[in-house]
Ligand binder design. Structure first.
Ligand code: 4NP
Length: 147
């Protein structure tokens, strides 16, 4: 199973989603490839936002060594599922897809609501972490039956 988590900057939300899903897979003995990327290029090469690093660390997940990168067309060939955080991410990622098969790989991480950008509000990092974790647990339970 190969999963790509995507947000705008690849420094706040998708690094958390990568870390959480990676840990779930690893702790359950699954050798999954979980990565993350951004639709924007402002933060390429940066480590995650210190507030994302901190909240993940509180829950035993080290995301400090991740480095931001931009999503690229080849990602659609590599990953089975591409999960995005909000509608803008969805539109931006879909615009890079080459065909319907690739478009079908792109889904909102949480279908019934968006994970909004916590960048401008420190208080949002914990709820964002919790929201992502709850959904990753659900998704892991579904996806582990796919392989
Ligand atoms: P992310 O949050 O998409 O969750 O990584 C953002 C971080 C920084 C910016 C945008 C979103 N920014 O424009 O600098």
């Amino acid at each position: 199973m190969k999963i790509l988590m995507v947000c705008l900057g690849n420094i706040c939300r998708s690094p958390i989603a990568e870390g959480v899903m990676q840990k779930l897979a690893f702790d359950n003995g699954f050798n999954w490839e979980v990565d993350s990327a951004g639709t924007g290029s402002y933060h390429i090469g940066s480590h995650p936002d210190h507030r994302s690093i901190k909240v993940a660390k509180q829950f035993g997940i080290d995301i400090s060594q991740q480095k931001a990168r931009a999503i690229k067309k080849e990602d659609f060939e590599i990953f089975n599922h591409i999960y995005v955080m909000d509608r803008q991410n969805y539109d931006d990622v879909i615009s890079l897809a080459a065909n319907a098969d690739q478009m079908n790989k792109v889904k909102l991480l949480i279908p019934e609501r968006i994970v909004s950008d916590p960048y401008y509000d420190d208080a949002l990092f914990l709820p964002v972490f919790e929201m992502i974790t709850t959904q990753c647990e659900k998704l892991f339970a579904q996806l582990k039956n796919e392989n």
